[in-house]
Write a protein that binds this ligand. Structure first.
Ligand code: CA
Length: 390
Protein backbone atom coordinates (compact mmCIF):
# COMPACT_ATOMS: atom_id res chain seq x y z
CA UNK A 1 0.00 0.00 0.00
CA UNK A 2 1.25 3.48 -0.89
CA UNK A 3 0.29 7.03 0.05
CA UNK A 4 -0.81 8.75 -3.15
CA UNK A 5 -2.17 12.07 -1.87
CA UNK A 6 -2.80 14.14 1.24
CA UNK A 7 -5.75 16.51 1.20
CA UNK A 8 -6.32 19.23 3.73
CA UNK A 9 -9.77 20.66 4.48
CA UNK A 10 -10.18 23.87 6.48
CA UNK A 11 -13.76 24.48 7.62
CA UNK A 12 -15.33 27.58 9.10
CA UNK A 13 -18.75 28.72 10.27
CA UNK A 14 -20.00 31.82 12.11
CA UNK A 15 -21.06 31.65 15.75
CA UNK A 16 -24.27 33.11 17.14
CA UNK A 17 -22.58 34.32 20.32
CA UNK A 18 -19.01 35.56 20.60
CA UNK A 19 -17.06 33.56 23.17
CA UNK A 20 -13.56 33.80 24.53
CA UNK A 21 -10.76 32.43 26.65
CA UNK A 22 -8.07 34.45 28.38
CA UNK A 23 -6.14 35.09 25.15
CA UNK A 24 -8.82 35.95 22.57
CA UNK A 25 -12.48 36.37 21.73
CA UNK A 26 -13.71 34.56 18.64
CA UNK A 27 -16.91 34.63 16.62
CA UNK A 28 -16.34 31.85 14.13
CA UNK A 29 -15.67 28.14 14.49
CA UNK A 30 -13.03 26.40 12.48
CA UNK A 31 -11.67 22.89 12.00
CA UNK A 32 -8.79 21.45 10.01
CA UNK A 33 -9.22 17.90 8.74
CA UNK A 34 -6.57 15.89 6.92
CA UNK A 35 -7.36 13.10 4.48
CA UNK A 36 -4.66 10.62 3.44
CA UNK A 37 -5.40 8.68 0.25
CA UNK A 38 -3.78 5.37 -0.72
CA UNK A 39 -3.42 3.41 -3.95
CA UNK A 40 -5.75 0.69 -2.60
CA UNK A 41 -8.65 3.11 -2.16
CA UNK A 42 -8.35 3.10 1.64
CA UNK A 43 -8.58 6.62 3.03
CA UNK A 44 -7.75 7.84 6.53
CA UNK A 45 -8.82 10.98 8.39
CA UNK A 46 -7.07 13.07 10.99
CA UNK A 47 -7.38 16.50 12.57
CA UNK A 48 -4.85 19.24 13.25
CA UNK A 49 -5.14 21.41 16.37
CA UNK A 50 -5.07 25.13 15.54
CA UNK A 51 -8.05 27.27 14.56
CA UNK A 52 -8.63 30.35 12.44
CA UNK A 53 -5.73 31.48 10.28
CA UNK A 54 -3.42 29.03 12.07
CA UNK A 55 -5.33 26.28 10.25
CA UNK A 56 -4.53 27.92 6.90
CA UNK A 57 -0.84 28.00 7.81
CA UNK A 58 -0.95 24.37 8.90
CA UNK A 59 -2.69 23.51 5.65
CA UNK A 60 0.32 24.80 3.73
CA UNK A 61 2.66 22.72 5.92
CA UNK A 62 0.57 19.58 5.32
CA UNK A 63 0.34 20.09 1.56
CA UNK A 64 3.63 21.68 0.66
CA UNK A 65 6.10 20.32 3.23
CA UNK A 66 4.88 17.01 4.68
CA UNK A 67 3.10 15.62 1.60
CA UNK A 68 6.17 15.64 -0.71
CA UNK A 69 8.25 13.96 2.02
CA UNK A 70 5.99 10.90 2.31
CA UNK A 71 4.27 10.38 -1.05
CA UNK A 72 4.82 6.77 -2.11
CA UNK A 73 5.51 5.59 1.46
CA UNK A 74 3.63 2.66 3.00
CA UNK A 75 1.01 4.28 5.30
CA UNK A 76 1.40 1.37 7.74
CA UNK A 77 4.97 2.50 8.50
CA UNK A 78 3.76 5.07 11.00
CA UNK A 79 6.91 5.23 13.15
CA UNK A 80 9.18 5.48 10.11
CA UNK A 81 7.06 8.22 8.58
CA UNK A 82 6.84 10.14 11.87
CA UNK A 83 10.60 10.16 12.35
CA UNK A 84 11.29 10.98 8.72
CA UNK A 85 9.05 14.07 8.93
CA UNK A 86 10.24 15.11 12.40
CA UNK A 87 13.90 14.75 11.54
CA UNK A 88 13.32 16.60 8.28
CA UNK A 89 11.66 19.51 10.12
CA UNK A 90 13.83 19.54 13.24
CA UNK A 91 15.85 22.56 12.12
CA UNK A 92 12.65 24.47 11.35
CA UNK A 93 10.10 23.64 14.00
CA UNK A 94 10.35 21.20 16.90
CA UNK A 95 7.16 22.65 18.40
CA UNK A 96 4.03 24.47 17.28
CA UNK A 97 2.56 24.45 13.80
CA UNK A 98 4.81 21.86 12.12
CA UNK A 99 3.90 19.39 14.89
CA UNK A 100 0.20 20.29 14.64
CA UNK A 101 0.37 19.60 10.90
CA UNK A 102 2.19 16.28 11.42
CA UNK A 103 -0.40 15.29 14.06
CA UNK A 104 -3.29 15.36 11.59
CA UNK A 105 -1.35 13.27 9.09
CA UNK A 106 -0.30 10.75 11.75
CA UNK A 107 -3.86 10.30 13.04
CA UNK A 108 -5.01 9.63 9.46
CA UNK A 109 -2.31 6.92 9.16
CA UNK A 110 -3.71 5.25 12.30
CA UNK A 111 -7.21 5.42 10.81
CA UNK A 112 -5.84 3.67 7.69
CA UNK A 113 -4.05 1.05 9.82
CA UNK A 114 -7.29 0.28 11.67
CA UNK A 115 -9.32 0.04 8.48
CA UNK A 116 -6.62 -2.14 6.90
CA UNK A 117 -6.69 -4.53 9.88
CA UNK A 118 -10.45 -4.33 10.31
CA UNK A 119 -9.95 -3.20 13.92
CA UNK A 120 -10.71 -0.07 15.92
CA UNK A 121 -7.63 1.91 16.93
CA UNK A 122 -8.07 1.00 20.61
CA UNK A 123 -7.52 -2.66 19.59
CA UNK A 124 -4.34 -1.74 17.71
CA UNK A 125 -3.20 0.01 20.90
CA UNK A 126 -3.68 -3.13 22.97
CA UNK A 127 -7.35 -3.23 23.86
CA UNK A 128 -9.96 -1.43 25.96
CA UNK A 129 -9.40 -0.95 29.69
CA UNK A 130 -12.96 0.41 29.86
CA UNK A 131 -15.95 0.31 27.53
CA UNK A 132 -17.05 3.88 28.24
CA UNK A 133 -15.39 6.99 29.65
CA UNK A 134 -16.88 9.62 31.93
CA UNK A 135 -17.20 13.01 30.23
CA UNK A 136 -16.74 16.47 31.66
CA UNK A 137 -18.68 19.28 30.06
CA UNK A 138 -16.87 22.54 29.68
CA UNK A 139 -18.55 25.86 29.16
CA UNK A 140 -18.51 29.12 31.10
CA UNK A 141 -16.39 30.88 28.50
CA UNK A 142 -15.53 34.56 28.60
CA UNK A 143 -18.03 37.05 27.19
CA UNK A 144 -18.02 40.84 26.82
CA UNK A 145 -21.16 41.55 28.82
CA UNK A 146 -22.39 42.33 32.32
CA UNK A 147 -23.85 39.84 34.75
CA UNK A 148 -21.36 37.06 34.05
CA UNK A 149 -21.48 35.56 37.59
CA UNK A 150 -25.21 34.89 37.23
CA UNK A 151 -24.66 33.54 33.73
CA UNK A 152 -21.82 31.24 34.86
CA UNK A 153 -23.90 29.99 37.78
CA UNK A 154 -26.85 29.15 35.52
CA UNK A 155 -24.64 27.59 32.83
CA UNK A 156 -22.84 25.39 35.39
CA UNK A 157 -26.17 24.25 36.83
CA UNK A 158 -27.36 23.45 33.31
CA UNK A 159 -24.25 21.35 32.56
CA UNK A 160 -24.93 19.43 35.76
CA UNK A 161 -28.57 18.94 34.69
CA UNK A 162 -27.36 17.58 31.33
CA UNK A 163 -25.81 14.67 33.25
CA UNK A 164 -22.11 15.55 33.13
CA UNK A 165 -20.26 14.32 36.23
CA UNK A 166 -17.86 17.31 36.13
CA UNK A 167 -17.52 20.71 34.52
CA UNK A 168 -14.88 23.28 33.59
CA UNK A 169 -14.89 27.07 33.43
CA UNK A 170 -12.60 29.65 31.88
CA UNK A 171 -10.70 32.29 33.84
CA UNK A 172 -9.04 35.39 32.47
CA UNK A 173 -10.54 38.65 33.78
CA UNK A 174 -7.99 39.13 36.55
CA UNK A 175 -7.81 37.85 40.13
CA UNK A 176 -10.83 39.48 41.73
CA UNK A 177 -13.35 38.85 38.99
CA UNK A 178 -12.05 35.34 38.32
CA UNK A 179 -12.51 34.35 41.96
CA UNK A 180 -16.04 35.76 41.89
CA UNK A 181 -16.79 33.66 38.78
CA UNK A 182 -15.33 30.50 40.33
CA UNK A 183 -17.55 31.05 43.38
CA UNK A 184 -20.54 31.40 41.06
CA UNK A 185 -19.72 28.09 39.35
CA UNK A 186 -19.41 26.29 42.69
CA UNK A 187 -22.71 27.86 43.69
CA UNK A 188 -24.34 26.60 40.50
CA UNK A 189 -23.27 22.96 40.87
CA UNK A 190 -23.45 22.52 44.64
CA UNK A 191 -20.79 21.08 46.95
CA UNK A 192 -20.25 17.59 45.51
CA UNK A 193 -19.57 17.89 41.80
CA UNK A 194 -16.04 18.23 40.40
CA UNK A 195 -15.20 21.48 38.67
CA UNK A 196 -12.03 22.64 36.98
CA UNK A 197 -10.81 26.13 36.12
CA UNK A 198 -8.74 26.96 33.05
CA UNK A 199 -6.64 30.13 32.95
CA UNK A 200 -5.03 29.49 29.53
CA UNK A 201 -1.80 30.90 31.03
CA UNK A 202 -3.31 34.28 31.93
CA UNK A 203 -1.33 34.86 35.13
CA UNK A 204 2.15 35.42 36.42
CA UNK A 205 3.00 33.47 39.56
CA UNK A 206 1.75 35.93 42.21
CA UNK A 207 -1.76 36.22 40.76
CA UNK A 208 -1.85 32.50 40.00
CA UNK A 209 -1.14 31.80 43.66
CA UNK A 210 -4.03 34.05 44.77
CA UNK A 211 -6.51 32.44 42.38
CA UNK A 212 -5.15 28.99 43.25
CA UNK A 213 -5.82 29.60 46.96
CA UNK A 214 -9.43 30.50 46.14
CA UNK A 215 -9.79 27.36 43.99
CA UNK A 216 -8.38 25.35 46.89
CA UNK A 217 -11.03 26.83 49.21
CA UNK A 218 -13.74 26.04 46.62
CA UNK A 219 -12.45 22.45 46.36
CA UNK A 220 -11.79 22.66 42.62
CA UNK A 221 -10.47 19.46 41.04
CA UNK A 222 -7.80 21.13 38.94
CA UNK A 223 -6.30 24.52 38.04
CA UNK A 224 -5.38 24.40 34.34
CA UNK A 225 -2.54 26.32 32.67
CA UNK A 226 -2.18 28.80 35.55
CA UNK A 227 1.04 30.31 34.19
CA UNK A 228 2.86 30.45 30.84
CA UNK A 229 3.89 27.03 29.53
CA UNK A 230 7.52 28.20 29.44
CA UNK A 231 7.41 29.00 33.17
CA UNK A 232 8.39 25.56 34.49
CA UNK A 233 9.64 27.03 37.75
CA UNK A 234 6.28 28.76 38.26
CA UNK A 235 4.47 25.46 37.73
CA UNK A 236 6.70 23.74 40.28
CA UNK A 237 6.16 26.49 42.85
CA UNK A 238 2.37 26.33 42.45
CA UNK A 239 2.44 22.55 42.79
CA UNK A 240 4.48 22.75 45.95
CA UNK A 241 2.36 25.44 47.64
CA UNK A 242 -1.24 24.76 46.53
CA UNK A 243 -3.57 21.93 47.48
CA UNK A 244 -5.38 21.92 44.16
CA UNK A 245 -4.17 19.80 41.25
CA UNK A 246 -2.05 21.77 38.82
CA UNK A 247 -2.83 20.71 35.24
CA UNK A 248 -1.18 21.58 31.95
CA UNK A 249 0.43 20.31 28.78
CA UNK A 250 -1.86 21.34 25.93
CA UNK A 251 0.76 23.78 24.66
CA UNK A 252 3.60 21.23 24.76
CA UNK A 253 4.85 19.07 21.89
CA UNK A 254 6.63 15.74 21.37
CA UNK A 255 8.30 13.43 23.87
CA UNK A 256 11.14 15.91 24.28
CA UNK A 257 8.91 18.80 25.27
CA UNK A 258 6.91 16.60 27.63
CA UNK A 259 10.04 15.00 29.08
CA UNK A 260 11.00 18.25 30.80
CA UNK A 261 7.44 18.96 31.96
CA UNK A 262 7.10 15.45 33.41
CA UNK A 263 10.57 14.89 34.85
CA UNK A 264 10.53 18.43 36.24
CA UNK A 265 7.42 17.46 38.28
CA UNK A 266 5.64 20.55 36.93
CA UNK A 267 2.09 19.15 36.86
CA UNK A 268 -0.18 16.89 38.92
CA UNK A 269 -2.29 16.17 35.85
CA UNK A 270 -1.01 16.03 32.28
CA UNK A 271 -3.17 17.18 29.36
CA UNK A 272 -1.59 16.13 26.06
CA UNK A 273 -3.31 17.40 22.89
CA UNK A 274 -2.95 14.51 20.42
CA UNK A 275 -3.97 16.65 17.43
CA UNK A 276 -1.08 19.01 18.23
CA UNK A 277 1.76 17.24 20.02
CA UNK A 278 2.61 14.91 17.14
CA UNK A 279 -0.37 12.57 16.70
CA UNK A 280 -1.13 9.14 18.16
CA UNK A 281 2.38 7.81 17.43
CA UNK A 282 3.92 10.47 19.68
CA UNK A 283 1.06 10.51 22.24
CA UNK A 284 1.87 6.89 23.14
CA UNK A 285 5.40 7.89 24.11
CA UNK A 286 4.16 10.84 26.17
CA UNK A 287 1.59 8.66 27.93
CA UNK A 288 4.19 6.01 28.76
CA UNK A 289 6.52 8.66 30.18
CA UNK A 290 3.74 10.22 32.28
CA UNK A 291 2.72 6.85 33.67
CA UNK A 292 6.35 5.98 34.38
CA UNK A 293 6.24 8.99 36.73
CA UNK A 294 2.73 8.13 38.05
CA UNK A 295 1.21 11.30 36.64
CA UNK A 296 -2.47 10.88 35.66
CA UNK A 297 -3.30 11.86 32.08
CA UNK A 298 -6.53 13.61 31.04
CA UNK A 299 -6.34 14.19 27.30
CA UNK A 300 -6.94 17.72 26.05
CA UNK A 301 -9.76 17.61 23.47
CA UNK A 302 -10.76 20.42 21.13
CA UNK A 303 -12.25 20.46 17.68
CA UNK A 304 -14.49 18.43 15.41
CA UNK A 305 -15.88 14.91 15.62
CA UNK A 306 -12.59 13.60 14.20
CA UNK A 307 -10.66 14.85 17.24
CA UNK A 308 -13.36 13.57 19.61
CA UNK A 309 -13.35 10.13 17.95
CA UNK A 310 -9.54 10.04 18.15
CA UNK A 311 -9.60 10.76 21.87
CA UNK A 312 -12.34 8.24 22.61
CA UNK A 313 -10.13 5.55 21.05
CA UNK A 314 -7.15 6.68 23.12
CA UNK A 315 -9.10 6.93 26.38
CA UNK A 316 -10.47 3.39 26.01
CA UNK A 317 -6.91 2.12 25.57
CA UNK A 318 -5.35 4.13 28.42
CA UNK A 319 -4.08 1.79 31.17
CA UNK A 320 -5.43 2.30 34.69
CA UNK A 321 -3.03 4.22 36.88
CA UNK A 322 -1.94 2.64 39.13
CA UNK A 323 -4.60 -0.09 38.83
CA UNK A 324 -6.93 -1.72 41.37
CA UNK A 325 -10.51 -2.76 41.79
CA UNK A 326 -11.86 0.77 41.48
CA UNK A 327 -9.23 2.84 39.71
CA UNK A 328 -9.80 6.53 38.97
CA UNK A 329 -10.99 6.95 35.40
CA UNK A 330 -9.84 9.50 32.83
CA UNK A 331 -12.42 12.04 31.63
CA UNK A 332 -13.23 12.87 28.04
CA UNK A 333 -13.22 16.66 27.60
CA UNK A 334 -16.36 17.95 25.86
CA UNK A 335 -17.19 21.48 24.75
CA UNK A 336 -20.86 22.12 25.59
CA UNK A 337 -21.03 25.43 23.70
CA UNK A 338 -22.67 25.18 20.28
CA UNK A 339 -20.20 23.66 17.80
CA UNK A 340 -21.71 22.27 14.57
CA UNK A 341 -18.40 20.59 13.64
CA UNK A 342 -18.62 18.11 16.51
CA UNK A 343 -21.31 16.00 14.86
CA UNK A 344 -21.74 17.75 11.51
CA UNK A 345 -18.58 16.31 9.95
CA UNK A 346 -19.71 12.74 10.80
CA UNK A 347 -22.26 10.69 8.85
CA UNK A 348 -23.24 8.96 12.08
CA UNK A 349 -22.96 11.51 14.90
CA UNK A 350 -21.13 10.69 18.13
CA UNK A 351 -23.82 12.66 19.99
CA UNK A 352 -21.73 12.98 23.14
CA UNK A 353 -24.46 14.91 24.96
CA UNK A 354 -27.07 12.26 24.10
CA UNK A 355 -24.68 9.54 25.25
CA UNK A 356 -23.99 11.38 28.51
CA UNK A 357 -27.69 11.75 29.25
CA UNK A 358 -28.52 8.13 28.43
CA UNK A 359 -25.45 6.48 29.97
CA UNK A 360 -24.81 8.02 33.36
CA UNK A 361 -22.38 10.69 32.22
CA UNK A 362 -20.26 8.48 29.96
CA UNK A 363 -19.47 8.11 26.25
CA UNK A 364 -18.07 5.44 23.93
CA UNK A 365 -16.66 5.54 20.38
CA UNK A 366 -18.73 4.43 17.42
CA UNK A 367 -18.18 0.80 16.44
CA UNK A 368 -16.10 0.20 13.34
CA UNK A 369 -12.48 0.02 12.26
CA UNK A 370 -9.95 2.83 12.63
CA UNK A 371 -11.50 5.90 14.23
CA UNK A 372 -14.94 4.32 13.76
CA UNK A 373 -16.21 7.32 11.81
CA UNK A 374 -17.38 8.14 8.31
CA UNK A 375 -17.01 11.71 7.03
CA UNK A 376 -20.02 13.56 5.64
CA UNK A 377 -18.58 15.01 2.44
CA UNK A 378 -21.66 17.15 1.75
CA UNK A 379 -21.25 18.87 5.12
CA UNK A 380 -17.56 19.32 4.40
CA UNK A 381 -18.26 20.87 1.01
CA UNK A 382 -20.77 23.27 2.58
CA UNK A 383 -18.30 24.54 5.23
CA UNK A 384 -14.93 24.38 3.51
CA UNK A 385 -13.17 27.71 3.11
CA UNK A 386 -9.91 26.27 1.82
CA UNK A 387 -9.10 22.79 0.49
CA UNK A 388 -6.44 21.05 -1.56
CA UNK A 389 -7.53 21.34 -5.18
CA UNK A 390 -8.32 18.20 -7.22
CA1 CA B 1 -7.18 24.48 28.29
Amino acid sequence: MKIIRIKSHVLKCPMEVELGYSQAYFNERSAHLVEVETDTGLTGWGECFGGGNIALGNQAIVEKIIQPMILGDDPLDREVIWHKVYNGLRDHGQKGMPMQALSGVDIALWDIAGKHAGLPIYKLLGGAFRKRVPVYGYGMMLQRRDGLPDLFKAEAANIKAMGFPATKMKLGFGVKKDIELAEAVRDGIGPDMDFMADANHAYAIHDAMKVGKALERLDAFWFEEPVAPEDREGYRELRAKLHVHIAGGEAEFTRWGFRDLIEGRCVDILQPETCGLGGITEYRKVLAMAHAHFIPVYNHVWGSGVAIATNLQLLLAMPDLPGGLYPAQPYLEHDTTLNPFQDGVLKTPLDIEGQVKANNGTAAPLPGPGLGIEIDRDFLAAHTVSATQD
